[in-house]
Write a protein that binds this ligand. Sequence first.
Ligand code: SF4
Length: 258
Amino acid sequence: MSTIIYDSPIFGPVHSRRLGISLGINLLPKGGKVCSFDCIYCECGLNKERRTKNPLPTADEVVEGLESKLLELKAEGIVPDVLTFAGNGEPTLHPHFPEIVERVQKVRDIYCPSAKMSILSNATQIRRPEIREALLLFDNNILKLDTVCPTYINNVDRPQGHYDVVEQIACMELFKGQCIIQTMLMKGYYEGHDLDNTGEAFVQPYLEALKRIKPRAVMLYTLDRETPVMGLEKATPAAMEAIAARIRELGIEVSVSY
Ligand code: SF4
């Protein structure tokens, strides 16, 4: 098994066909993972295998690291297309997340005003108004919702604290469309649990949730790298496209990666 731990607080840039040149901002510690989920498909590995005593980067370290990387890239004639908050865990867990987002936005406006700001979040902190406010500063506020079935969430995403999917959906509605929902589709078995979330029992209530959330877009994806546990399989392209077609019928833009 090979999992990835990203450098902190800045990593990349990573060149992607879809996003262009993406510079990563990792608010989690060097050499370990901190997350309020413990997804069995996490590319960073399981939480218990990635514990670290290293501290979180400070707000100053993030901002200064970003400025110096942007200057280095500028000297090479490179301008990032996107600054992406992601990395070894959940960015919104950082105690100074709102301050960091505001300061990164100012740095972006000075050094690369054309770059979008994106975040990949598991949405566990969106009950907190200050986190929702900070997330609204992103051009792409990408929130995880793999399913609305609590049993599946407990088996696959494995929340590490309070998590009530009904409350999550209500909080997602508060973004009034200023969010993108990201959903992992897969199949296989783990510890005796069926992991297929592409069947009708999952899809129908998921579509109902999307009708309420009215996200700007939905990103459907499946396993891409090795997973920290065995037994997980990619969702089939046919199953993913069938779900995508039903989301489009709701008038919501969808991208599908398999
Ligand atoms: S939310 Fe993301 S970082 Fe956290 S365990 Fe799941 S995949 Fe990994």
